[in-house]
Design a protein around this ligand. Structure first.
Ligand code: IPE
Ligand code: IPE
Ligand code: MG
Length: 243
């Protein structure tokens, strides 16, 4: 990676999480069915993943299907499930070649056994890869995650502390997101990584997900680089940590 490849200043976030919103509107603008937007969204994800590796991002977490998205019309839900199944077949060899470790994060309940097997196989195959960890949040909700973590702790009788709870969450294998991007113009979290975004920097863009490209990603990275993360401290303390 050379200097001209980099956004102008500052550090690259180790973990970028993205709410990939706006597929449906992107399609409607083109008089296409919503599912065409989801397909174009897959392209945007490929692009984004490649660029994340290029920029030195270590973890990319994307919101692909929420616990609440089951409420959509059945044909749209079925199309999204098919897209995931197809992506596991088409994309995993490429991901593996690029050194990407894939994790599909979310409840397995409600998913076809064949899809659950495909997920397990893809995760197993890419488990030792180290270039970047890609978390695809599918059938995922931040509240679901906190509840399943609390249940697991209760079952084992473990003490409930911030640390034990964090370690029981479905994203415990990665550090908290440094930067959360939401495309599609809405300024809300929609039950994404609730616990882990306590101190994430947020970046909202009107860009619809299928149109998200390297330039827009770099704008988000540049905005992040300009932020001062204080974690409760004063600006002066952060600027001169020894003081
Ligand atoms: C995000 O795009 C993808 C999913 C939630 C599965 P949408 O499908 O929500 O697109 P809009 O928000 O309707 O444009
Ligand atoms: C959030 O988008 C979920 C995903 C991107 C998978 P939604 O489109 O479901 O969010 P709301 O309903 O507008 O809040
Ligand atoms: Mg949406």
């Amino acid at each position: 990676m050379n200097a001209t490849d980099q956004p102008a200043t500052g550090v690259v976030p180790a973990h970028v999480a993205i709410v990939m919103d706006g597929n449906g509107r992107w399609a409607r603008q083109r008089l296409l069915p919503r599912v065409a937007g989801h397909r174009a969204g897959m392209e945007a994800l490929r692009r984004t993943l490649t660029h994340a590796v290029r920029r030195g991002v270590r973890v990319l977490t994307v919101f692909a299907f929420s616990s609440e998205n089951w409420a959509r019309p059945p044909d749209e839900v079925a199309a999204i499930l098919r897209l995931l199944g197809q992506a596991l077949i088409d994309e995993v060899p490429r991901l593996h070649e690029a050194g990407v470790r894939l994790r599909v994060v979310g409840a397995r309940e409600g998913l076809e056994p064949a899809l659950v097997d495909g997920i397990a196989e893809a995760e197993r195959r890419t488990a030792a890869n180290t270039a970047l960890t890609l978390n695809v949040c599918f059938n995922y909700g931040g509240r679901w995650d906190i509840v399943q973590a609390a249940r697991r702790l209760a079952e084992t009788g473990a003490p409930i502390t911030e640390r034990t709870l964090a370690e029981a969450l479905a994203l415990a294998h990665v550090p908290d997101p440094d930067l959360v991007i939401r495309t599609g113009g809405e300024q809300r979290i929609s039950n994404f990584v609730l616990w882990q975004l306590a101190y994430s920097e947020l970046f909202f863009t009107d860009c619809l997900w299928p149109a998200f490209d390297e330039a827009e990603f770099d704008r988000a990275l540049a905005a992040y680089a300009r932020r001062q993360r204080r974690f409760g401290r004063t600006p002066e303390q952060v600027a001169a940590p020894a003081a």
